[in-house]
Write a protein that binds this ligand. Structure first.
Ligand code: NDP
Ligand code: 8X3
Length: 222
């Protein structure tokens, strides 16, 4: 399985659950150190192998180069979890930072497209594969100051449905997972390191855990 955004949150939880099932993993993200730590943790707990591919999903060239560098025995990919993503800022439409908007669209939408296209030829060749795209309830239930994050996740849902139709003739399955609030690094990233604002996000209700979502992903691909 390939998991993007495996250095924290839902992606890391997914890696742990798939590893426990004996699956070999290709883990991606930008923070090499965290990926290395997870690789060591998993390889010392289980007999499976972990390959790290460190790149920014926004960078088209870097994505394709990273997958071109994957050794042949690793190219029999059964599962791709397109999980890497983020929200940045919580401003009204007129106040939001344009750079934040671009980063969300480049990461959540373009990044998912690049990684999918890099992996797909190997799945098509084997007439086998399952792609899981992580959208969000935010793509369906719009909220105040959610604007472009919500739009990026609505795009993920449209892309997921379109992939499912176009890839069916190749025997490839496509699933969309659209979680509600999950307590991960997500809000810390959204509020640019402001821990107070991040934890305030989860006041008054019990958020999902990364493992809750990972269990659903693993169930869907089982
Ligand atoms: P985290 O911030 O904990 O994890 C996000 C992961 O995405 C990290 O591993 C990060 O790795 C990776 N990532 C972010 N930007 C890039 C990039 N440009 N290139 C490569 N990797 C990147 O958040 P979550 O685990 O919560 O988020 C995972 C997914 O779930 C996201 O798509 C998010 O939108 C979605 N989601 C989250 C919800 C929530 O409430 N938390 C609810 C619904 C959906 P690194 O920084 O090392 O690059
Ligand atoms: C993340 C969930 O509701 O915080 O996608 O936007 S929410």
């Amino acid at each position: 399985a390939v998991i993007t955004g495996a250095s924290s949150g839902i992606g890391a939880a997914c890696a742990r659950l798939y590893a426990a099932q004996g699956m070999n993993l290709i883990l991606t993200g930008r923070r090499m150190e965290l990926l290395q730590q997870l690789k060591s943790e998993l390889e010392s707990a289980y007999a499976n192998q972990v390959l790290i591919a460190c790149f920014d999903v926004q960078d088209e060239q870097a994505v394709f180069q990273a997958f071109e560098a994957i050794p042949a025995p690793w190219r029999s990919i059964d599962i791709l979890v397109n999980n890497a993503g983020l929200a940045l800022g919580r401003e009204t439409f007129d106040q939001a930072d344009l750079e934040d908007w671009k980063t969300m669209l480049h990461t959540n939408v373009e990044g998912l497209l690049f990684v999918s296209r890099a992996v797909l030829p190997w799945m098509i060749e084997r007439r086998k594969g399952h792609i899981v795209n992580i959208g969000s309830i935010a793509g369906r239930q719009l909220y105040e100051r959610g604007n472009v994050y919500c739009a990026s996740k609505a795009a993920v849902e449209a892309i997921t449905k379109s992939m499912r139709i176009d890839l069916l003739p190749h025997g490839i399955k496509v699933t969309g997972i659209h979680p509600g609030a999950v307590e991960t690094e997500f809000s810390l990233v959204r509020f640019k390191g402001d821990a107070q604002k991040a934890s305030a996000t989860y006041q008054g209700f019990q958020p999902l855990s990364a493992e809750d979502v990972a269990r659903t992903i693993v169930f869907c691909t089982s």
